[in-house]
Structure formats: C-alpha cells, structure tokens
Write a protein that binds this ligand. Sequence first.
Ligand code: ADP
Ligand code: MG
Length: 245
Amino acid sequence: MLRCVEISKEFGGLQALKKVDLTVHENEIAGLVGPNGSGKSTLLNVISGVYKPDTGKILFMNEDISKLPPYKICAKGIAKTSQTVQSFPAMTTVENVLVGALFAKTEGNKQRDPVDRAMELLKMVGLKEDKFNIPAKTLNVVELRRVQLARALATEPKLLLLDELLTGLTPKESDEAIALVKQINKQGVTVLMVEHVMKVIMGLCSRVTVLHHGEKICEGTPGEVCTDKDVIRVYLGKKFSLDEE
Ligand SMILES: Nc1ncnc2c1ncn2[C@@H]1O[C@H](COP(=O)(O)OP(=O)(O)O)[C@@H](O)[C@H]1O
Ligand SMILES: [Mg+2]
C-alpha cells in the first residue's frame, strides 16, 4: 500500500532521515520505533506531506505522492495524528472533527449527517458527551488526543499514521486505546504507528521498523526486532531483552 524509497530529509545541516526505505502492506498494523530524535516523526511528516523529502519517493497505492501538498495526500486517503497535539482552540470539539470531514477522500455517505458522524466518532474514541459542544481549548491534552484521532478518522483514511497516540494515558486508558486501534484496523484501516512501549508494539504490530540517527537499522516481526543485537544495543537496552520477563 505504501512504499517509501530512499527517503532523505535534512534540517539545516542535520540529516534527520538518511535513505530510509519503509513498506506498509494493506490491512496491517505496522510499527515504527527508535530513540528520541531518530527521525520517526519526520518520516510520518514526510509521508503526510508536512515536509517534502529532499530525495527519494513515496508511493501510495502505486502513485507517487512525494510532491503533493498535505491536503491532496489526505484526500488520497492518508491521515495523521501528531505527537504534539494540534486543535482549533476556539471551535467546539464537534467542529474540530467536522474539519476532518471537509478533507475526506470521498464525498462521504451523503445520507449521513456529518454532525452525527462526528459525534459517533467522538464516542468511539472515548470522549465524554458533555465535552462535545465546548471549545477545544477547555479540553485537557488526553482529551485533545482523542479529538485529534476522531478528526483523522473523519477524513475516512485508508492509511492512518499515529505518532505516539498512547503518550500520557493511564494503563487502563492505554489498554482501551490498544483495543481501539485494533477495532479501527478491523474496520479496514491500515495503520503505521510510532510507539515507545514495546509491549504495545508486540501486541499490535505485525512488522516493525527501527530507526537510529535517521537510518533504518532493523526491520522484522516484533519478535525478530526485540532479539536483534543492534536494536538492543542502541534502543532497547539489556533490560528489555526477552530473557527479562
Ligand atoms: N522542523 C524541524 N527543524 C529542524 N530540525 C528538526 C525539525 N523537525 C525535526 N528536527 C530534528 O530532526 C531530528 C529527528 O526528529 P524527529 O523526527 O522529531 O525524531 P523522533 O520523532 O524520532 O523523536 C531531531 O534531531 C530533530 O531535532
Ligand atoms: Mg517524534
């Protein structure tokens, strides 16, 4: 479904991505991990068109999207939630989700009232109903993460990019979020997720790519990645090697 070919991206002398290859197959949940600053968010931003790659190509459903602006990439069926939560603070929660519907790849189901659909999505991501019609600026960061996810889903994505969706959640909320990602995937949405907690990656992902200093150092099943010597050395550390648990 998605193929990144030799993607490089530099920020003022800092090589954030060096010839990174990444493949995501239709219907899978793929993981992207690596130490802080290894280029994970940059790669998601390049895929979604926030940044243009300096070199390399991104093929989505066999079409080169590397030069398209973000709204066109979204209309093709790629949506992203950011690591740093973004919202329209003065607009209500429901209005924030409706913005996603404006960028939907299709005209959507015209029989459906977009407001009903937005509320259904907000319920699905676990936001309490008394928060639906208040300005987004009154929500806390965990609630805003939920709204951000509902807005991404409102665009009716084929591929959903999740950048540290579980950050800041309690263990119980985190379990609910894992179930939610599974549910979204079952509904036919392919997922590429950045996540630090290896247990989450192990439980959700069929394949994982590991970045280190902007380079891909490993790719494989979660089991393969967790036993890879380089990955243990630069990222997981001894305490995460599988003998531990
Ligand atoms: N807009 C930007 N301008 C300058 N440097 C950036 C920008 N975005 C990311 N970087 C740098 O690129 C590197 C990779 O960052 P990032 O992709 O956010 O890493 P990760 O998500 O893996 O923690 C870091 O050194 C970061 O400081
Ligand atoms: Mg990041």
